[in-house]
Design a protein around this ligand. Structure first.
Ligand code: GLN
Ligand code: ZN
Length: 757
């Protein structure tokens, strides 16, 4: 019989218990023992939950207090010396120092850089290595957690991040070659694996997600080298785990590595199965990733059963394991907590996903109840696809009628530019901001009071109007050219729109870890998206009524809404995105009719949606850009369309950014000292562009001279009539005194530049 296994479980807890404990510890409200006690309780509860849901084997060492990549760096002593020094006296403080920075008693340690874990919204800390990096096994977290689980009677499989993926996720700070460190790292892995074998671990799951990505020759060589070397030593059986993409051309490599088993993601790459079955040596275990670890829908168990049957025709049952496609880190824990939702029967969070695997395993053995559940699953999928909740014939009809004409503005950029210059009459080097102003404690308290029913609708309305009016006065006082209303009415840039659009729903406890203690509750797009009524017009109209200067309308773009949600899996992402784009298009037209002359459609997540494999990128960019254009192109030539992007590398997609055909785009760039501008040596960016002139994440108020310096740099690459002046991103996390000082310096820089013109 095939075993039901799992690749990783969410750590944060059903009710974000880990978040609460961590933040209490950081505040000094609880001590290290209390934090560790909560961590232990969560691990044990999660193993229990997985067992109860039907897992035969539970993962261990998937738990972490902050991040599993950071844990791996600490496990191998691969952290810069300043932190290691601190670890001698206070290991927990040193650990959190690498994650969050540390300032005390003459020590000032900054946090390691954080970046996205593949194409997910989870962020890991980037280990910093040097060319002469030494590695040594430090502590025994995987062993301790293995023993902890076994003492409770669980069959436990430790999870380790594999050596090649670990190095590829790291960076060297001195230009050294990461992969050259492999021969020093592998013996330390061997040491750890030997100890896990001594402790009684039969299997270890060794995550090598890069095996499913585009691999250069050096990385392929590294894989061969590392696993040949490990095969020479005594280790538990190794299950090589790949996920997030198919193995494709790396299949011969992956199946030739001397491991004992291979996990493949059949949700992202169902086509992979036959090829894997062809290539896999006879003595290997195959772990089938059957249910989607990246989304919250119940699986089509009938289709999954079909995959199992095919696998069983080639491989005996005991060599097969049934697993989620990847770690369940990326979904919430318990859909049982969302029973109030109408779509509840369609949802499977981590626990329900394991139960689905149990059903599949039992059905494969001919269990009648399980077979009935598999058949019922098919009915459920059908019912969901055709449900009145999902299908909106009007939306479908509109989509069918829509032609590429919808992507085109009335005139090309050159003609629009002239019209906009006439109606807007802006100075050269116009100044603006990205949208939000400080979400002060007052703003947050008012929102909470309103939601709790302690503030009436009209009281809350008046409060927000006052905030908005004050923001307008401040911007006029600062002499900013294109104003914003401040977004005080918004809690989150996706949630605000999702709550007003049909086809979106919000969970109560559907939390997913973003990084450390930070969690997000992504909306669920379950049905055809439509806009029952205008979403932002009243606020924009009100704000515009307070000033003669242009007031920017402020929308979240279709790709960003898609990217930061759980998206329905019964149609392509492109199609869902197009529905959102059409809804936004109506909003653009309504804003314009209400007298708004500048409209910004934010797409900070455009780059995040980029597929992991290069071969898939052009297709994605094509539909993503098309969706933005559909949203924007309802605007008349006179209406200036802005967009905004941040915190990603845009140089290599700059032609797609240009293809969005926005009249003006603001892009975060000050942290990299305008590295973005490199892109413009080769590429003539056609329209208006505002490379951010100061980093809004720093409480440090920037000097006018710093900003001028960046602007001079920008001017070497951009024409004067292209250049806009703005901060890097929205200002909601800052406080008003900082914002006023920074913006006053920014306007000063703009004026200085104009003087020289
Ligand atoms: N308009 C949004 C804001 O200013 C943009 C946020 C973002 O870039 N993520 O808050
Ligand atoms: Zn931004």
């Amino acid at each position: 019989m095939s075993q039901v296994t799992n690749l990783g479980f969410p750590r944060i807890g059903r009710r974000r218990e880990l978040k609460i404990a961590l933040e209490s510890y950081w505040k000094g409200a609880i001590d290290a023992d209390a934090l560790h006690a909560t961590a232990r309780e969560l691990r044990q509860r999660h193993w229990q939950l997985q067992r109860e849901a039907g897992a035969d084997v539970v993962p261990v060492n998937d738990f972490t207090l902050y991040d599993h990549v950071l844990d791996t760096a600490w496990l191998f002593g691969a952290v810069p010396s300043g932190y290691l020094e601190l670890a001698k006296t206070d290991p927990l403080a040193a650990y959190f120092a690498t994650a969050r920075g540390y300032k005390s008693a003459g020590r000032d340690l900054r946090a390691l850089e954080m970046t996205k874990w593949f194409d997910t919204n989870y962020h890991y800390l980037v280990p910093e290595l040097t060319r002469d990096q030494a590695f040594a096994l430090c502590g025994g977290k995987p062993i301790a957690e293995f023993l902890e689980a076994r003492a409770l009677g669980h069959e436990a499989r430790p999870v380790l991040l594999g050596p090649v993926s670990f190095l590829l996720l790291s960076k060297t700070v001195d230009g050294g070659d990461r992969l050259a460190l492999l021969d020093k790292l592998v013996p330390v892995y061997a040491d750890l694996l030997g100890k896990l074998a001594d402790a009684g671990a039969e299997w270890v799951q060794i995550d090598e997600p890069f095996l499913a990505l585009d691999l250069c020759d050096a990385a392929q060589h590294a894989y061969r080298y590392a696993y040949a070397a490990l095969a020479e030593t005594r280790t538990p059986k190794l299950l090589l785990a790949t996920y997030f993409s198919g193995l494709d051309e790396n299949l011969p490599l992956a199946t030739s590595l001397p491991a004992h088993g291979l996990h493949v993601d059949l949700v992202r790459a169902p086509h992979l199965l036959d090829a894997v079955l062809d290539h896999l040596p006879d003595d290997r275990v195959l772990s089938l990733g059957l249910v989607d670890g990246r989304n919250i829908w119940r699986a089509d168990l009938h289709a999954a059963s079909g995959l199992i049957k095919r696998a069983r025709a080639a491989v005996s049952a005991h060599r097969l394991q049934l697993a989620p496609s990847c770690s369940l880190l990326h979904v919430p824990i318990d859909a049982g907590m969302e029973s109030a939702l109408e779509i509840h029967p369609w949802l499977a969070f981590a626990c329900e996903k394991i139960a689905e695997l149990r059903t599949l395993a039992d059905a494969a053995e001919g269990d009648t109840a399980a077979l009935a559940a598999v058949a019922a699953s098919r009915e459920l999928q059908k019912a969901r696809r055709t449900s009145k909740l999902v299908v909106n014939p009007g939306v479908r009809e509109r989509l069918k009628q829509s032609s590429t004409q919808l992507q085109r503005r009335g005139s090309d950029y050159a003609a629009r530019k002239l019209r906009q210059a006439q109606t807007l009459a802006l100075p050269v080097y116009p100044t603006t901001t990205i949208g939000s102003f400080p979400q002060t404690a007052e703003v947050r308290h008012a929102r909470a009071a309103y939601r709790a029913g302690k503030l009436s609708e009209s009281e809350y309305q008046t409060f927000l109007e006052n905030e908005t009016a004050q923001a307008v006065r401040i911007q006029e006082g600062l002499d900013i050219d294109v104003l914003v209303h401040g977004e005080f009415e918004r809690n989150d840039m996706v949630e605000y729109f999702g709550e007003q659009l049909d086809g979106f729903v919000f969970t109560k406890q559907g939390w997913v870890q973003s990084y450390g203690s930070r969690c997000v509750k992504p909306p669920i797009i379950y049905g055809d998206v439509s806009r029952p009524r205008p979403m932002t017009v009243a606020w924009s109209r009100y704000a515009q009524s307070l000033t003669k200067r242009p007031m920017k309308g402020m929308l979240t773009g279709p790709v960003t809404m898609l990217q930061w949600s759980f998206v329905r899996d019964d149609q392509s992402r492109a199609e869902t995105c197009k529905q959102i784009a059409l809804a936004l298009r109506d909003e653009v037209v309504d804003l314009e009719a209400a007298g708004i002359r500048v409209i910004q459609i934010d797409e900070p997540a455009l780059r995040e949606g980029l597929p992991l494999r290069h071969k898939d990128r052009d297709a994605y960019l094509a539909w993503a850009v098309a969706c933005f254009r559909i949203a924007a192109a309802g605007a008349r030539d006179e209406t200036q369309i802005h967009s905004h992007m941040c915190y990603a590398e845009f140089n290599d997609i700059i032609d797609a950014v240009a293809a969005m055909d926005a009249d003006v785009i603001s892009i975060e760039t000050s942290r990299s000292r305008m590295e973005l501008l490199e892109a413009f040596t080769k590429f003539q960016y056609p329209s208006g562009i505002g490379p951010g002139v100061y980093d809004i994440h720093s409480p440090h108020v920037p000097e006018q001279t710093d900003m001028l310096e960046l602007l001079y740099k920008a001017r070497t690459r951009l024409k004067p009539d292209q250049l806009w002046i703005n901060p890097d991103c929205g200002l909601k996390t800052r406080d008003w005194p900082e914002v006023k000082a920074a913006l006053s310096a920014m306007v000063g820089a703009a004026k200085a530049l104009r003087q020289e013109a």
